[in-house]
Design a protein around this ligand. Structure first.
Ligand code: SF4
Ligand code: SF4
Length: 226
């Protein structure tokens, strides 16, 4: 319950001596010797927390150098802002080839659903937060721009060998609930509690609480093609 505290009225001595001024000056003096809480940005860069949702990127496959995207369309379907547009065609071996992959970052609400549903860790929200530009066109990422974003992120991050996007590989999620490509080891730092990401977390929690209620969770998205 909210409590309202009223300030006691000043007595005549406080009015005469203007004690609030002295209190204010004392507070200012104390703060002068405190550790500064401001950061000298951009010289001092903040440490970005795991799971930060920054600029979009298409992960470049280490072996092929190309995007990992298999045009399953899950990200485009789950996106609440409808800001992902993908065009694909069939290759000779009947696999899907991504012809165009566009994200309008100005419409994005950075919910992270696209990275979460991607079965192959192809689309990520990187830790890049400083990407201001003049004009809107710079925020309409096409496939090449998204791959460039990944290169930029990789250059900033350094070693990407063990990088796992926290949105793609939700912490504490049982391996059995993850797509095969997501079953990768994560840092011990990720094994904390209350790190669930995804619509099925309530089902999992309910099943964990009542073992007799255990059944397979529903799958994420449907398979209709664009
Ligand atoms: S973060 Fe959310 S809103 Fe942005 S592209 Fe991904 S699914 Fe769409
Ligand atoms: S969910 Fe992943 S693999 Fe599927 S279309 Fe989106 S980026 Fe490509």
């Amino acid at each position: 319950m909210m409590q309202i505290q009223y300030k006691a009225p000043r007595n005549w001595l406080q009015t005469l001596l203007q004690t609030e001024i002295a209190q204010g000056m004392a507070l200012t003096l104390r703060r002068m010797f405190n550790k500064p809480i401001t950061r000298q940005y951009p010289e001092e860069k903040p440490v970005v927390a795991a799971g930060f949702r920054g600029r979009h990127a298409l992960v470049r496959d280490a072996e092929t150098g190309e995007s990992r995207c298999v045009a399953c369309m899950r990200c485009a379907r789950v996106c609440p802002s409808h800001c992902i547009r993908i065009r694909w065609s069939r290759a000779a071996d009947n696999s899907r080839v991504v012809d165009a992959y566009n994200i309008d970052a100005l419409r994005c609400i950075f919910c992270g659903y696209c990275a979460e549903v991607c079965p192959v860790n192809a689309i990520v929200l990187t830790e890049v937060y400083a990407y201001a530009a003049n004009g809107r066109a710079a925020f309409r990422f096409d496939k090449q721009a998204l791959l460039d974003n990944w290169d930029d992120f990789a250059a900033q991050k350094g070693d990407m060998a063990g990088y796992v996007n926290p949105l793609c590989r939700p912490r504490n999620m049982p391996e059995g609930m993850l797509a095969h490509a997501k079953r990768v080891p994560v840092d011990s730092e990720w094994n904390g509690t209350e790190q669930w990401v995804g619509v099925n977390h309530r089902t999992v929690q309910k099943n964990a609480e009542s073992p007799q209620n255990q059944k397979s969770p529903t799958s994420g998205q449907g398979g209709a093609e664009a």
